[in-house]
Design a protein around this ligand. Structure first.
Ligand SMILES: [Zn+2]
Length: 197
């Protein structure tokens, strides 16, 4: 069975199921927990990632729709993933970044995050009383505790403490292209606008 992410089959603990999907052998959730996948790869020694294609890796962790793709992490965490991969693929060629077919312009890192209209999920405060309220509010909506007692985190449709970077008009391949053109240089963390769901 063909797999969409052929280079990733070398990752330890993975297997291709009867429909061609790449999974961890012990991945049991009905609904894919893409953040858990990403955490597991980040915990792997860099040697395990040597020879994988960055675009495949980035696409394996993302959700997708007709309007955009999203990752269960912040851009900073996405950057950490890229750096983890680069450490394992120090002398990688273009193909190892984004696959064999080269199309379109070689977008830069900064261009990607402006042109692709990226956004980040809502930042919120979680109060000790259990209430979740907008991060800029000074007091908890429910118990009136000071906001400094609240934990700053993100919230998406999937719940509290879920992170999501939304990229409209791009995907893992676009991010990999931008990673390729910016390698060896300082990559800025874009100041993304928040989206409320
Ligand atoms: Zn409260």
């Amino acid at each position: 069975m063909d797999c969409n992410y052929p280079s990733l089959t070398i990752l330890p603990g993975t297997q291709v199921d009867e429909r061609g999907n790449l999974k961890f052998q012990d991945e049991v959730t009905q609904r894919l927990d893409l953040r858990a996948r990403q955490d597991r790869v980040m915990a792997m020694p860099v040697s395990a990632l040597t020879g994988t294609v960055l675009a495949e890796l980035l696409n394996w962790f993302r959700w997708g729709s007709a309007t955009g793709v999203m990752w269960e992490c912040t851009v900073k965490e996405l950057l950490q993933l890229i750096e983890h991969w680069e450490e394992a693929n120090l002398y990688a060629e273009i193909e190892q970044y984004f696959g064999s077919q080269l199309k379109g312009n070689l977008i830069t890192w900064d261009e990607l995050w402006t042109q692709a209209r990226a956004a980040e999920a809502s930042q919120v405060r979680a109060c000790v009383c259990g209430e979740v309220y907008p991060y800029h509010q000074r007091f908890c909506t429910k118990c009136r505790k000071d906001s400094s007692d609240g934990r700053l985190t993100y919230q998406t449709r999937r719940g509290l403490d879920t992170y999501k970077t939304l990229l409209i008009g791009g995907d893992g391949r676009s991010v990999a292209v931008a990673a390729f053109t910016s390698r060896g240089t300082q990559r800025n963390i874009p100041n993304l606008k928040s989206v409320h769901e």
